[in-house]
Design a binder for this molecule. Structure first.
Ligand code: HEC
Length: 149
């Protein structure tokens, strides 16, 4: 294996470990716990965990997937982008233009930075079922199944 192939395989393994290990982690980082609580108090009103027929906004796993596609393993940049977005959604900075077209732009939620950062930390590390399924190879088949004539 060349170096790139090795790195790619390590990265893929880490993603899968993230999904299995975090789901079972009995003592997660306190900031993630705070973020989960706040997400479930505030954001979940519009952002459900999984897809449904009554969505008002993209599900949490879809936000995580788009922001990880953009920021990779740069957790700091991922969290900052979410904090900035929630305080002042700006269509010119969207990573999800299709969501704006479908749902209209999100209203600003000017919560304290530390609350938004905790929520962002949770969104970064949460092992959402659909996101994990996609990481494990169902992503391309899902994309194909969405393209219907
Ligand atoms: C009143 C409903 C509502 C609430 C509450 C809400 N959102 Fe949103 N959010 C939306 C909608 C609608 C979209 C899709 C359109 C868009 O991207 O602006 C969205 C999109 C997003 C996006 C993707 C932005 C992009 O376009 O790149 C992020 C990130 C996000 N929300 C974070 C949050 C966080 C964090 C919270 C809780 C603090 C939250 N949202 C609460 C309605 C909401």
């Amino acid at each position: 294996m060349n170096t790139f192939a090795k790195l790619a395989s390590v990265a893929a393994t880490l993603l899968i470990l993230n999904c299995t290990a975090l789901a079972q982690d009995a003592t997660p980082d306190p900031i993630i716990e705070i973020g989960k609580t706040k997400f479930e108090q505030i954001c979940i009103a519009c952002h459900q965990y999984e897809r449904s027929g009554t969505m008002l906004a993209p599900p949490a796993f879809a936000i995580q997937t788009h922001y990880k596609d953009a920021y990779g393993s740069d957790e700091t940049a991922f969290r900052q982008a979410i904090v900035n977005w929630a305080k002042a959604p700006d269509a010119s900075k969207t990573l999800m233009p299709g969501a704006i077209a479908r749902f209209k732009i999100m209203p600003p939620l000017p919560l304290p930075d530390e609350d938004l950062d905790a929520i962002a930390a949770y969104l970064y590390s949460a092992a959402f079922t659909e996101a994990c399924n996609m990481q494990q190879g169902q992503r391309s088949s899902m994309r194909q199944s969405q393209v219907k004539p």
